[in-house]
Design a protein around this ligand. Structure first.
Ligand code: UDP
Ligand code: MG
Length: 319
């Protein structure tokens, strides 16, 4: 048995419509390298036939391995598990829906052979995605960049190749609410971008509803920046200052002129505005506290129900 050179990590959640095509396209691309590879599918608690299909592939094809999660743990955790189990000298993370073209893996391998440790795929265009998704995503990456000190590349998802040594470092980062693409930037090493046009989903629907998108972006922000916390201090100082100036004006009008200010409605408006503001800031602090709580509980990141892999036939098994 030759040692595995490339591990392809594929997180899957309810992808029965697309998984056959994905398997065949990845197999074709990886065979063309002429080197040993594994397709490491991580089934993130799918409720459809995805797991059954993948179990079958794992029995027919010795290059396929399946990690079957005990429930849905989320995309970022599925990727993490894949990296933990991957055995290759280079590890590629790719979505199951073929939005990331598998053929690009060959170019990533070229760059890796030239000596780069991380080759990440940067989207120049995103086809078939809603106006809302494209624009909120673009805004988010820019906001994140302005808030953090580390260099997180713009418009880049988790489609990338990692050298073995980077993957080993990633395993040391055990934080619970993970923003994997940020963690890879944080680790460092020699990184390079490959530009590509993101395709439409080959079949099925997005498994990232708004709620999961929000969670991911909050994880990104809170894992890499304290700035939202400082917001409370800055706005507090600014508001106190305005309040103080206003107090002096009111006192002046009261003591030295005849016109006192009537204003029940303005009071209510100010009251609502500022209690809203206070609650937002409290919520922001809550986001951080919740994450500290997760760390304190220190539960495992994921639970694997079972792994499926064809046992290699031992031809020369002597006692
Ligand atoms: N995914 C996952 N767990 C989840 C949600 C998504 O493993 O809870 C997988 C999904 O099967 C796909 C990848 O993560 O391989 C990206 O999801 P999707 O394509 O739905 O996201 P989008 O491209 O719409 O942002
Ligand atoms: Mg997708």
């Amino acid at each position: 048995m030759s040692a595995i050179k490339y591990s392809i990590v594929i997180p899957v959640y309810n992808e029965e419509e697309v998984i056959h095509t994905t398997y065949h396209r990845l197999t074709e691309v990886m065979k063309s390298t002429g080197e040993a590879y594994e397709l490491l599918f991580v089934n993130d608690g799918s409720r459809d036939k995805t797991a059954d299909i993948l179990i079958q592939y794992s029995q027919q094809d010795s290059s396929v391995m399946l990690l079957d999660f005990a429930r849905n743990f989320g995309h970022q955790i599925a990727i993490t598990a894949g990296m933990d189990y991957a055995k290759g000298d280079a590890v590629v993370v790719i979505d199951a829906d073929l939005q990331d073209p598998p053929e690009l893996i060959l170019q990533m391998i070229d760059k890796w052979k030239q000596g780069y440790d991380v080759v990440y795929a940067k989207r120049t265009k995103r086809k078939g995605e809603s106006y809302f998704k494209k624009h909120t995503a673009a805004m988010f990456y820019r906001l994140l960049r302005s808030m953090t000190d580390i260099e997180i590349p713009l418009d880049t998802g988790d489609f990338r190749l990692l050298d073995r040594k980077v993957c080993d470092q990633m395993k040391l980062l055990q934080e619970k609410n993970r923003f994997v693409r940020g963690l890879v930037s944080w680790v460092g090493f020699k990184q390079i971008a490959l530009e590509y046009e993101r395709d439409e989903r080959a079949a099925g629907e997005s498994k990232y509803p708004l709620k999961k998108m929000l969670k991911l972006s909050l994880d990104g922000l809170t894992s890499f920046s304290y700035k939202p916390l400082k917001l409370a201090t800055y706005t507090g100082v600014a508001l106190s200052f305005i309040g103080f100036v206003y107090l002096i004006i009111v006192l002046y009008l009261k003591l030295f002129t005849d016109n006192t200010i009537a204003g029940w409605s303005s009071l209510i408006v100010i009251q609502l505005l500022f209690s809203g503001f206070t609650l937002v800031i409290l919520g922001m602090i809550g986001e951080y506290i919740g994450r500290i709580y997760d760390e304190a509980k220190n539960r495992p990141l994921y639970i694997v129900r079972k792994t499926y892999k064809q046992q290699p036939i031992r031809k020369f098994a002597h006692r």
